[in-house]
Design a protein. Structure first.
Length: 201
């Protein structure tokens, strides 16, 4: 078993906290109503692939859905994209210990630009692949391959955290140790356990 040297993070749902409660409160939505809105997220798929501006996705569909436009409109990102600052502290600690930090995420350019500025991406991360940059979406094998090839990462020295079980399953299928992100503790617990294993060895 090789030592883990590289950590790959998804961004949405990991570095960005769940904004579900804020959105449900603003529009007085039930849980079922919010689930239906989430299904409508396919509207923005062209922006995730870097094919269109995120707001153009709504114009082209002549969408008058106030909730969807509110959720995805960049002017509302302070509400709809709450940053997981506690995780950033954990990342800083891991980086100080010598780990290399990377991102692999499905995201539009507008959303990524906002988040990158908020989290000081260029200084915190050693690199990453974002879907709009390469016109590919997880769980496509090609986007994983691009990340590992671009940064010459050793699969056996890499762990990947994602909040989407489909992406986690694909990562594991490709031989990447992939962990379902549930909360910040799953990351600290993972590395605490790894350290114990190294000591026992």
């Amino acid at each position: 078993m090789k030592k883990i040297n590289n950590i790959v993070f998804d961004i949405g749902g990991v570095l960005v906290e769940n904004s579900e409660n804020a959105i449900k409160t603003k529009f007085n939505l039930t849980n079922d109503e919010f689930k239906e809105i989430k299904k409508s997220g396919n509207i923005i798929k062209p922006s995730l692939l870097g094919e269109k501006n995120i707001m153009d996705c709504f114009k082209d569909l002549n969408s008058n859905d106030e909730m969807l436009e509110y959720i995805f409109n960049p002017i509302n990102y302070d509400v709809t994209i709450p940053i997981n600052f506690d995780l950033l502290k954990i990342i800083d600690d891991l980086k100080a210990k010598g780990y290399k930090i990377y991102a692999l995420s499905n995201m539009s350019q507008e959303t990524f630009d906002y988040i990158a500025k908020k989290i000081d991406y260029n200084n915190r991360f050693d690199g990453g692949i974002i879907s709009f940059q390469v016109h590919l979406l997880k769980p496509n094998k090609k986007i994983f391959d691009l990340l590992f090839k671009k940064y010459n990462l050793d699969i056996e020295e890499t762990v990947y955290f994602d909040d989407n079980i489909i992406n986690v399953d694909k990562g594991n299928l490709l031989g990447i140790e992939s962990i379902l992100f549930l909360n910040n503790e799953c990351i600290t617990d993972y590395f605490n356990n790894k350290n114990k294993q190294l000591i026992l060895k």
